[in-house]
Every structure is written in C-alpha cells, then in structure tokens.
Design a protein around this ligand. Structure first.
Ligand code: MTE
Length: 337
C-alpha cells in the first residue's frame, strides 16, 4: 500500500441457489467450462460469469469446510452489472505483507502458512471467552456467499465472491459485555512460516492488527470469510479466516485471524500506527477525501492494463451507502478518514 516510505447500492438480497444447482456448478468448475451449456449453470451464472469461474483452482478443502458447503446460502448478496474478478487476478495480485511487499509475493510465498490445525481466541469484554479449534468456531454458523466490491486504498478494486458469515452472529454467541465498544482482530504471528515477519526492513510492528467499532461490526454486511469462489480461502487471501468489510478500504480486511478481542478502547491498528496522517481508523471508502499522496476519486478495476486501464469512479462507501451511511451520522468524515 504503501507507503514505500523507505523504499443506491447494487447490493441486494436474491434467491438462494439450491444445493443441487450449486453442486452441478462445482462439477462444472472441476472440468473446463468452455463449450458447456449455460443452462447447466446456476441461474445467476451467466456466460460471462461462468468464464470468470473457469480458472478457479480446486483446493484441498478441510472436511469441516466441505460439510459447510451443503448448507451454504448462495448469492445472499450480489453486485449487479459488474463482473466478478477472475480468480487468477484475485489470487495473484495481493497485499499480505507477512509474505512480502510485492503483489505477487503472497501467491509465491504463502504456501508455507500452516492452516491446520488452527485455533481462534475470543477474549476481552465478553461473557463467553475461549479458545476454539477453527472447526468448532465455525460450527454454529451458516455460510453465505457474498459477492462484494473490494476497494484498496491504493486505488485498485475487484469484485470477489466470498463465503462467510456475519460477525453479528459471532457476537450473539460470545455476548459482549456492556463495556465492549470495539472489536480488535489479530493475524497469526509466526516468523518461521511468514518471511515478511523475519525481514529486518518491515515497517510493521507484528502482528497485523485491525479493528471496528462494535456497531460497525454488527452491520449485516460485515463478515468473517472462510472461502471465496466456492472454495476455501487460498493462503494468500488470508486462510483460514479473514475479515471482509466491503465499505472500507481493503487494509481493514485483516487476514489469517487468530484472535478476536472485544475492547472498551479503540484498538491501535497497524496502518494507523505506521502513518496516522495517511491511514485512519475508519478507512471508509470516500471519493471526496483524497489520500495525501493520490486521489481517491477513481479506481482501477482489475484486470487492467496499459491499453485497457479499466478506470471507474469510486463510489461513496464503495457503493454500500444505503446500508452503512447511518453508522456515521454526525461524524466529520474528513477528520475521521
Ligand atoms: N492482512 C494482513 N494480515 N496483512 C496484510 O498485509 N493487507 C491488507 C488486507 N489484509 C494485509 C491484510 C490490504 S492492504 C488489502 S488491500 C487486503 O488485505 C488485500 O486482500 P487480497 O490480497 O485478498 O485482495
């Protein structure tokens, strides 16, 4: 992102795709989609979208993830008239500084991340703290497919089909106390498997930390994701558990989460600690408030190239204003960027 210092929303509820249709899509994904009848695909998968899914690489999904797919609510939220970003771009143009600072580094280096076994700690201002094996942590929740825009503070964007569940569901389970005002998320710290954490040049004081106000976390759009493109999360995208808050710049979407804490004070977040004048706590997508070193008025929708830069206007709250603007009534968004 960096700071190379040293160096009316389209979101709508739509029908649930029946499992049988989804499974036929999965079968199709396993083969080449080219030449296959569009009618064999789920209703929403128009020919264009099918080609976007054509390069999805099958993963080695853990058993708990496969179990969850049978009850998944497909297309719970979608983005109208905007193509899903090809899987290849979503998985080879990444920010995950634990694995290097170049966009291709995470795909190249994140294979070393060991995601099984994985546990998540819930602590702080909650009635029910605990440490959970990931499969137990996920058990109470139904997965939903949420197709969201992802807008990076660096002014590029994608459209990603996530699989996850609302954070509000988690909060119901763990019961925040009356003192809880914020939620803090922490990424794994493991220099053995994360080369970026071994680097003497890293700006980041590991682990990577992000946070939300509690009412932001309760918003139905805020999810914890365990998958994307109908499969488990690839390591470079934050396996096995990441945050997704589509109305905020991508750096809020912390990856490979091991700890979730409810706090009474606003957490100190990674990018704010590095450069508070450039990266705020709120980080709401806002085309009217420029980054000090570049405009936020527009963005480059990936895939983009020299001859087809694919530039589009950035939307307030990334196009999710109808759902989230009321969270910020009375707040000066110029000061609270
Ligand atoms: N989480 C961790 N732990 N480390 C990171 O470097 N980068 C953030 C966010 N989450 C980052 C992170 C940034 S800047 C962005 S834009 C998104 O992840 C990118 O997500 P993607 O690579 O899946 O597109």
């Amino acid at each position: 992102m960096l700071i190379k210092i040293p160096s009316t929303s389209d979101c709508k509820e739509s029908d649930v795709t029946p499992e049988s249709i989804y499974l036929s899509r999965r079968a199709l994904l396993g083969s080449s989609l080219a030449g296959l009848a569009v009618s064999a695909m789920p209703g929403w998968a128009q020919a264009d979208e099918a080609s976007r899914y054509a390069d999805v690489e099958a993963g080695a999904a853990p058993a708990w993830f496969k179990d969850k797919l049978s009850s998944t609510k497909w297309q719970a939220v979608t983005v109208k008239d905007e193509a899903i970003t090809p899987f290849k771009d979503a998985t080879h143009y990444n920010n995950f500084y634990e694995f290097g600072t170049d966009k291709g580094d995470p795909a190249q280096n994140a294979g070393s991340l060991k995601t099984e076994p994985w546990s998540v700690v819930i602590d702080g201002e909650v009635a029910k703290p605990g440490r959970y094996a990931l499969e137990d942590f996920i058990k109470p929740y139904q997965l939903e497919e949420r197709i969201y825009r992802l807008r990076c503070v660096e002014a590029w964007s994608m459209v990603i089909p996530w699989l996850g569940f609302p954070i509000s569901e988690l909060l119901k389970q763990v019961e925040p106390t009356a003192n809880a005002k914020y939620i803090r998320f922490e990424t794994l710290q493991d220099p053995k498997t994360m080369p970026g954490q071994r680097s003497g040049f890293a700006l980041i004081d590991w682990p990577y930390v992000e946070g939300l106000r509690l009412d932001e976390a309760m918003n139905p759009l805020a999810i914890l994701a365990v998958g994307m493109y109908g499969r488990e999360l690839p390591n470079q995208n934050g396996a096995p558990l990441r945050l997704v808050v589509p109305w905020k710049y991508g750096f809020k979407s912390v990856k490979s989460i091991v700890r979730i804490s409810l706090t009474s004070e606003q957490p100190k977040t990674t990018w704010q600690s590095i450069a508070a004048s450039e990266y705020g706590f709120y980080a709401n997508v806002n085309p009217t408030v420029d980054h000090p070193r570049w405009t936020q008025a527009h963005e480059r929708r990936l895939p983009s190239g020299l001859f087809s830069p694919n530039i589009r206007q950035t939307e307030m709250f990334n196009g999710y204003g109808e759902q989230v603007a009321s969270l910020y009534t009375g707040l000066d968004l110029r000061k609270n960027y």
